[in-house]
Design a protein around this ligand. Structure first.
Ligand code: UD1
Length: 424
């Protein structure tokens, strides 16, 4: 038996919600710590389950890891000699484990990282991670379910163009290149704020990197890096989630600890849907209309509309006036949750990577199942715009990416509660 989230709708959010450090940054910052012997400290760490998994992975690689939830810090003590194997049980639980590949290749000249296998939101290949490291002189092969990398001579700088601006591949190549001989140029690199954050931490460790936040990242290799103290960038996907909670429920939220500049396209879409949006320093205020207008959205690499917020647009269109076309360009199979949303009465017509969503004034509560982090959060928000009780199962997914998700919504007045498995 697993916990579940129970929503009594319709119910709205009216209050202040907080944004933690970014999940998609902190996990890679923790991996980047492997590049320098000694104690690195990362701040603004979110209290989420994926951080616990990454901490366990680093311990198995030989690091001392002290995760202080109250202080929001992780201290990582990296030994001179690391183990170099990332086990299947951890990689399967969290695909971001693949981000230790680049640092291990650079530090140990050998790495064995379990292949993550299938994923609820698409195939998510590793071909660009592999091709980039091979261009730098590593030899990679698959053995017994592991991606095994070794560097026969030295890791050498190279010019490499990604077929697509992959977040994970850009990060792995950038991290590996910091300790390579010579200069690496990654063209068609991803430009996400989390990549800039990782790059800044690496610069703080002594790495020589140019072009962060642009499509061409240049890394001049150095002989060694040193430990650093670094603060994690705010989580733009959590900020976006809270903004959509107001948009879908007709509420008002003040979002603190956010970086509005990282959400420009998202905020434009919310305005188009009829929301009032005010931005300030580290702060956002979003007021949803009585009933939103449907919007057309295409997901794209940053600075385009983030795929991680796509489920929330579908939820918004599901209760909006009119019909909106949502096009998923990043993960081909990110539609699993639409069948769950249909259980709440949403009108969704799928055609390849398009979803035509036609709004109804009020959804109708039902039990639903979350299969990934964002789907879980989007189903809770959809449940808030549904008449009656919605039970969201698969809560473990929400815990992987959101800090105090239910508690924050409840404190902002939403009728949302967590029922502990086996509890009354
Ligand atoms: C990261 C984020 C994820 C976000 C995604 C896109 C983390 C932990 N996860 O995932 O939340 O949704 O960026 O913003 O940071 N691809 C290949 N071959 C490769 C690499 C990628 O085909 O070698 C494909 C993937 O299958 C996918 C697309 O490229 O269709 C995007 O993947 P990528 O940008 O690498 O995303 P992740 O780093 O996996």
């Amino acid at each position: 038996m697993e916990d579940k989230i129970v929503v009594h709708g319709p119910t709205a959010v009216h209050g202040t919600l907080r944004v933690s450090g970014a999940k998609n940054s902190v996990l890679k910052l923790m991996a980047a710590a492997l590049l320098a012997e000694g104690e690195t400290t990362i701040g603004n760490v979110p209290e989420i389950h994926d951080v616990v998994i990454m901490a366990e992975l680093l311990r198995r690689l030989g690091c001392g890891v002290a995760y202080d939830r109250a202080e929001r810090t992780v201290r990582i003590d990296v030994p001179a000699r690391l183990h170099h194997q990332a086990d299947y049980d951890l990689v399967r639980a969290m695909r971001a484990s693949i981000s230790v590949l680049g640092p291990l290749v650079a530090r140990c000249r050998t790495a064995e990282v379990a292949l993550p296998g299938g994923d609820a939101i698409g195939a998510r290949g590793l071909d660009m991670h592999r091709a980039g490291l091979e261009a730098m002189g590593a030899v990679l092969q698959i053995e017994h379910g592991y991606l095994v990398a070794s560097v026969p001579e030295a890791l050498r700088g190279t010019a490499f163009r990604l077929d697509y601006p992959s977040v994970g591949a850009t990060e792995n190549l950038m991290m590996a290149a910091t300790l390579a001989e010579g200069t690496t140029v990654v063209d068609n690199a991803a430009r996400e704020p989390e990549i800039v954050d990782i790059g800044r931490m690496l610069q703080g460790m002594g790495a020589r990197i140019e072009g962060l936040g642009t499509s061409t990242v240049t890394v001049h290799g150095v002989a060694a890096l040193h430990p650093v103290e670094h603060r994690t960038v705010p989580d733009r996907i959590v900020a976006g989630t809270w903004a959509f909670a107001a948009a879908v429920t007709g509420g008002t939220v003040e979002i603190l600890g956010a970086e509005p500049d990282h959400l420009t396209v998202v905020l434009d879409k919310l305005r188009a849907a009829g929301c009032r949006v005010d931005t300030g320093d580290g702060r956002l205020v979003v007021t949803g209309p009585e009933r939103p207008r449907a919007v057309n959205v295409s997901t794209l690499p940053y600075p385009g509309f983030p795929t991680d917020l796509q489920p929330f647009v579908v939820a918004l269109n599901a209760v909006a006036e009119g019909s909106g076309m949502v096009t998923e360009n990043v993960f081909e199979a990110r539609w699993g949750f639409t069948a769950e949303l249909e259980r709440l009465g949403a009108g969704v017509r799928l055609d390849g990577h398009h979803a035509l969503v036609t709004g109804v004034p009020l959804l109708s509560g039902a039990p639903v199942e979350a299969k990934d982090i964002r789907a879980g959060a989007a189903l809770v928000i959809a449940g808030m715009a549904a008449e009656g009780e919605t039970e969201v199962h698969g809560v473990g997914h929400v815990d992987r990416g959101y800090e105090h998700f239910v508690e924050q919504l409840a404190a902002a007045g939403a009728a949302v509660e967590r029922r502990i498995a086996g509890g009354a």
